[in-house]
Design a protein around this ligand. Structure first.
Ligand code: SAJ
Length: 438
């Protein structure tokens, strides 16, 4: 049998050994799902604390129960190490490393480059490698292919197989998980798509092969650019409705009664998270290198980035109505995480709003039941311990993240005035003179 058929057989009967590079919110769920499916999985991550926890049978990712890790570790189905040399005996490798932005706003491929350099040392005939990290179209072919194959005299599609498959992990979501979320996968060659799809079908319910790695890379960017642009649109609708004296929330609810051809998005104080604000900028960066300006992305990004300042101006106008300047006023920010009911601060607009309020001379405090302290972007704050006392003491309360466990009626009753950027107060806030909404 040739290399491909031998590997296909090992993937189909699950005797193929699997490695996952990067054990974060994508890699660890991936590793446990493939181990549960019967593969022997080894996770590789440079963070020795993660490795220690996993080998003790302890999970550090919200979506992966410790009892699952413990059972798989006990059964010898899931091991973890910082040592890349184990790859010399591995058949199938999934790369799940971060792809953030640099401070300059350009893609930071340093994690992909470093794991590719390590993997290249241990490449051998009969391997399949799948990149999962969100990146610009062409990364798999331009970065991984030369280092993994050409530098090792391995022919892609014959000696080894290389593909891209976008991660679709939404931390905390229980309806769509790693196992049941349809998985797009595209290879450098047809044989690469076949081998990679066969591997993934051994653990995932729905695998969607496409004709190339670039199609798979671009599909992911369309998914998240679609979201970013529509959030930018609805944020601009909020600004326009404000100028027109129309309640944007009522407008959106009315539009959302259309049973087809419309998808509801809601305005907010800005765009947070590790995907939506970042992924589209990988695409616009790539297109700029091809002398094309992705105008939708750049305009939507500009609008979203402008929302924190728009919120601060709302606070200023609200205080002004009470004859109070921003400077010296006590402002309580409710919610710091980038979206409700999670503890993730990445790119959270709350950080921008707090920073701008501090720059204007306000005395800013915050409360977030999931975020005990903020120590980033020159900010150093602790969540207030007595929420209602802080509400009563504030000149203005700004609702930035509408966590579901807040008692909004009590907050409305106790606050001097409220800027509600999420329509968290709903009907209570709509006609209340104490409340200003986006
Ligand atoms: N946001 C708005 N208005 C909206 C929706 C979101 O202002 O109508 C804001 C949120 O407050 C947040 C940011 O945008 O600050 C991103 O929110 P998100 O709901 O897109 O949540 P994320 O960042 O966790 O996005 C993830 C993505 N999942 C993957 O990339 C695999 C995204 O594709 C999912 O659609 C999204 O979860 C989801 O639907 O929960």
């Amino acid at each position: 049998m040739n290399t491909k058929d031998t590997l296909l057989e090992k993937l189909q009967n699950k005797t193929a050994s699997v490695a996952v590079l990067g054990l974060g919110y994508v890699g660890l769920p991936f590793a446990t799902v493939f181990a549960e499916a019967g593969f022997e999985v080894i996770g590789i991550d440079p963070d020795s604390r993660k490795i220690e926890k996993l080998n003790q049978g302890v999970s550090y990712i919200q979506d992966v129960p410790t009892e699952v890790v413990a059972r798989l570790a006990e059964a010898g189905k899931l091991k973890a190490t910082t040592d890349f040399s184990v790859l010399v005996d591995v058949d199938a490798v999934s790369i799940c490393v971060p792809t953030p932005l640099r401070k300059t706003g350009d893609p930071d491929l340093s994690f992909i480059l470093s794991v590719t350099r390590e993997l290249a040392k241990y490449m051998h005939p009969g391997m399949v490698v799948v990149l999962e990290s969100t990146t610009y179209p062409g990364t798999t072919r331009e970065i991984l292919l030369p280092q993994l194959g050409e530098e090792n005299d391995l022919i892609v599609g014959e000696d080894y197989f290389l593909a891209f498959s976008p991660e679709r992990v939404d931390p905390g979501r229980e309806d769509w998980t790693t196992i049941n979320t349809p998985k797009v996968i595209g290879g450098i060659t047809e044989a690469c798509s076949e081998v990679a799809s066969t591997w993934y079908r051994g653990a995932l319910q729905t695998v969607v092969p496409v004709s190339s790695a670039e199609v798979a890379e671009m599909a992911k960017l369309l998914e998240n650019t679609f979201r970013m642009i529509n959030i930018g649109l609805v944020n601009e609708m909020a600004v326009m409705c404000d100028r027109l004296g129309i309640d944007v929330w009522e407008v959106i609810d009315a539009a959302a009664t259309k049973p087809f051809g419309f998808m509801k998005f809601t305005p907010g104080p800005g765009l947070g998270g590790h995907c939506i604000p970042i992924d589209p900028l990988y695409l616009s960066w790539k297109l700029r290198s091809l002398d094309y300006t992705a105008r939708f992305i750049e305009l939507a990004s500009e609008i979203n980035l402008g929302m924190p300042r728009y919120v601060v101006r709302k606070v200023q106008d609200t205080l002004n109505e009470l004859g109070k300047p921003l400077k010296g006023s006590r402002i309580l920010v409710l919610g710091a995480a980038y979206k409700p009911d999670i503890d993730d601060l990445r790119e959270s607009p709350a950080l921008d709003v707090i920073g701008l309020l501090e720059q204007s001379g306000s005395k800013v405090s915050y409360h977030d039941p999931y975020v005990a302290k903020i120590t980033e972007e020159e900010l150093e704050l602790q969540s207030v311990t007595d929420l209602m006392a802080a509400v009563r003491d504030a000149d203005c309360v700004v609702i930035i993240t509408n966590h579901s466990n807040y008692d909004y009626a009590a907050i409305l009753d106790a606050a001097a005035c409220i800027v509600d950027t999420r329509n968290a107060l709903g009907e209570m806030g709509r006609k209340n003179p104490k409340v200003a909404r986006l």
